[in-house]
Ligand binder design. Structure first.
Ligand code: ZN
Length: 293
């Protein structure tokens, strides 16, 4: 849930670069003959982005790589543009692929930096917001390619909902309030060991559709559980500080220490860290506890 700038690379230039990486001359010729589709795809995607209705774009059948998508161009041809022409290429398309990953600035926009952005090759992943298995026409459309952590990428998989209110948040095109207003909540157990539970609560002014969308986003990125796994070291470090360097602070002063992180505008407002510190600052039990043995 971090908004990032959409890629600026030209869809038709990227198409040309990817076509160059296709080894089968017959497939390559079919793709070249249908180059016009990329501009149409870009326009359709942009129109859906304006209304957040990507789910209504036409989808291909499950599997069926031989299904014709446009003329004699198959789903398999379009998917190979990505797998062979882009990811598998050593040319300009691969360079653009690697540049796309940099748009996230090492922080996955779906989970707000919860997931690791560096895999064993040190390069992270690219998620197809609309999965290429169902929307092959957008397999190399730059604005459908979102840098993400492997967990978010895998979590959303090849499924995409058919209802607008169940769509995950689009890091390039969704409305600013999803990324600027607070909608995560935290409950602190007020007992030791301290347990923290993350949840979702939309501001009262939001529409029912937006409320359902953040619920779905939280669910499909598995954030309830993933956030919880992040907090242990921060909590034990804070408890240790409360017993030592912060032992003379009043509850109100300690709350201010917590609020400096809760209000840190450099971190995603609904990411695990700001949510955790906000929840701890709100907990009278946590702020008044000196954790003496
Ligand atoms: Zn992620």
């Amino acid at each position: 849930m971090k908004k990032i700038q959409p890629p600026t690379c030209s869809p038709s230039e990227l198409f040309d670069d990817c076509v160059l990486g296709i080894s089968d001359p017959t497939v390559q010729a079919r793709l070249i003959a249908h180059k016009g589709l990329i501009e149409d795809a870009n326009a359709n995607y942009a129109a859906s982005s304006a209304t957040q209705t990507w789910c209504h774009l036409p989808r291909a059948r499950h599997a069926n790589p031989d299904q014709f998508i446009v003329g004699n161009l198959t789903k398999g041809d379009l998917v190979s543009l990505y797998t062979e022409g882009m990811v598998g290429s050593s040319g300009a398309a691969r360079k653009k692929y690697d540049e796309l990953k940099l748009l996230a600035h090492d922080e996955c926009p779906y989970c707000g930096g919860c997931g690791e952005m560096v895999d064993e090759e040190g390069i992270g992943t690219i998620d197809h917001f609309l999965p290429k298995a169902r929307f092959p026409i957008f397999s190399i459309l730059p604005i459908n390619l979102v840098p993400s952590c492997a967990t978010c990428n895998g979590g959303m998989g090849s499924k995409f909902p058919t209802s607008p209110e169940l769509q995950p948040l689009h890091p390039y095109f969704d409305a600013p309030h999803f990324f600027e207003e607070k909608w995560t909540t935290v409950t602190v157990s007020e007992d030791e060991p301290i347990l923290v539970t993350f949840d979702v609560a939309a501001p009262a002014t939001w529409s029912e559709k937006d409320r359902l969308r953040i619920l779905e986003h939280f669910k499909c990125c598995k954030l309830r559980g993933r956030y919880r796994t992040k907090v242990a070291s921060d909590i034990s470090s804070l408890v240790e500080q409360r017993k030592t360097v912060h032992r003379n602070l009043t509850p109100e002063e300690f709350r201010e220490v917590l609020k400096t992180v809760a209000d840190n505008g450099a971190l995603p407002i609904n990411g695990w860290k700001r949510s955790l510190y906000h929840g701890l600052a709100e907990s009278l039990w946590f702020c008044t506890n000196n954790f003496a043995a």
